[in-house]
Design a protein around this ligand. Structure first.
Ligand SMILES: [Zn+2]
Length: 203
């Protein structure tokens, strides 16, 4: 092996070590950040509503101050970055939608009619107002007793978002059928579908 080869080998080794160190430091950084995130999540899970409000208000004030002083260039950069993030995560940017977009969205949302029965309040809802009742079985199984085990569209047990929020917080939904807030039984002589039946009962 001549001198040139030794030197070449030496340089390759240094480059290899540097590369390894860079990879290692990236790994360490990732580990450190993951640990910070876990700690922060734990802390936030235990914080009181008041503390959370104070923290968020502080964040907002800080952000407003920063934005008031930022240059046009920085603002442009920030908005581009935000836009990329939204696209990557499929976030719907409502600010940029027009009235026509909103009307179109509304028509799409209500196109299939209020056919979803909430298994808790027994009311009929549109698709975007309900979620699968099995979610409550997972998040708070103690509150399953307030469900009627009623299925509707696609033979799935649905729950409206309002009832879902109450049950998730261990609270009884104000319109839960199990506490007597159910519709009266349909008389046999009424030849009505689910929607007609509910509309007649509530007037
Ligand atoms: Zn409901």
């Amino acid at each position: 092996m001549n001198l040139l080869n030794v030197e070449k080998k030496g340089w390759q080794s240094i480059a290899h070590i540097k590369k390894k160190a860079a990879n290692k430091s990236a790994e360490c950084k990732e580990k450190r950040l993951a640990s910070i995130r876990t700690h922060q999540n734990e802390k936030r899970a235990n914080e009181s509503t008041e503390c959370r409000e104070t923290r968020l208000a502080g964040n907002r004030t800080h952000q407003n101050k920063e934005r008031a002083n930022e240059s046009a260039e920085c603002r442009e950069k920030r908005l581009t970055k935000q836009c990329e993030y939204d696209q990557r995560n499929h976030v719907t940017v409502y600010n940029s939608s027009t009235t026509a977009d909103e009307i179109r969205k509304f028509h799409t949302a209500v196109s299939s009619g209020p056919l979803y029965i909430c298994s808790c309040c027994d009311q009929l809802w549109y698709k975007h107002i309900v979620t699968a009742a099995k979610k409550i079985k997972i998040s708070n199984s103690d509150m399953v007793k307030y469900l009627l085990r009623k299925t509707s569209v696609n033979d799935v047990e649905w729950i409206c978002l309002s009832c879902f929020r109450y049950l998730k917080k261990n609270k009884i939904p104000p319109f839960a059928a199990k506490i007597g807030m159910s519709l009266p039984l349909k008389p046999d002589f009424f030849d009505l579908n689910e929607l007609e039946c509910r509309l007649t009962a509530s007037t």
